[in-house]
Design a protein around this ligand. Structure first.
Ligand code: UDP
Length: 261
């Protein structure tokens, strides 16, 4: 496989959606656990100021390009990623594979009732899907890991192949990083709002908006009070980070032996 594309503090795997599905099948069949993340502009900006998010990402088994801006950045920096593999597209496809393979899946997080609704909707379409547990635990970002022990034990008892963790970034990535060894061989996935989308409690952006890199605008219009800081204060700084990366790349190209006279 091609090397990971580095964008600021995070790295992203150059894979298609099909590759990513196969990679998760591989992780499950190897039985050594794993962590799957879907970096977007917001994750990059959070990680820029959060070493624990960086540590979690440094050990990711699979890191998928969630969003057009990440894809555009890869093209501008001369290491084009093959396609956008956003969590909200990937999660339903992976759940189909889970049903086909008879994998046990566990849902953690989301607002009360959302994971149950997601399960019920999924079972209409995928009656063989085994949802072996649902937990809406109140996990604090700075909780001492010991506090998570009962939850980890509850999850372990159900022997899941996949655990979908919907706690928002950076909490979900840091939580996964902290407990992944204890939950082996389960593969843990940070899925953000994907359970809300599966449940239908939050609408997805129309396809044209998603393809034009405008998904953020749609989400902002739906949940302005929760998301304005993310999209209007934190994420615009991505332009500065990208600018720095472009300058560094231009210097690297200018300094490479083939370019010197
Ligand atoms: N959430 C949660 N516990 C928390 C914080 C968030 O269960 O302490 C859930 C929230 O209900 C939502 C998801 O985590 O379903 C976060 O979604 P967000 O929009 O932040 O993720 P994105 O899809 O943008 O990555």
């Amino acid at each position: 496989m091609r090397r990971r594309f580095k964008l600021g503090p995070l790295s992203i795997d150059p894979v298609t959606c099909d590759d990513a599905l196969r990679a998760v099948e591989d992780l499950v069949s190897r039985g050594e656990g794993g962590a799957v993340f879907t970096p977007n502009v917001d994750h990059i900006m959070i990680a820029d100021e959060n070493p624990r998010m960086q540590e979690a990402y440094a050990r990711a088994s699979l890191s998928l390009a969630d969003g057009m801006p990440v894809l555009w950045a890869s093209r501008l920096l001369g290491e084009p990623l093959p396609e956008k593999v956003s969590g909200s597209d990937f999660v339903p496809l992976l759940l189909e594979r889970a049903a086909e393979h008879g994998w046990r899946v566990y849902f953690l997080g989301g607002a009360p009732g959302v994971a149950e609704l997601a399960r019920d909707r999924l079972l209409e379409r995928l009656p063989s899907l085994q949802v072996v547990g649902i937990d809406v635990s109140h996990i604090g970002a700075d909780d001492p890991p010991d506090q998570w022990r009962p939850l980890v034990e509850r999850i372990r008892a159900t022997r899941p192949h996949l655990v979908f963790v919907a706690l928002g970034a950076p909490k979900q990535e840091i939580w996964i990083h902290t407990v992944r060894e204890d939950l082996r061989p389960a593969v843990l996935l940070a899925v953000g709002g994907s359970l809300d989308f599966v449940a239908g409690t939050i609408a997805r952006a129309p396809r044209w908006m998603s393809r034009s890199g405008l998904e953020w605008l749609f989400r902002l219009s739906r949940e302005p009070r929760r998301l304005w800081r993310r999209y209007l204060l934190r994420d615009p700084k991505f332009a500065v980070l990208l600018g720095r990366a472009l300058i560094a790349r231009a210097r690297e190209v200018a300094g490479s032996p083939g370019q010197r006279r």
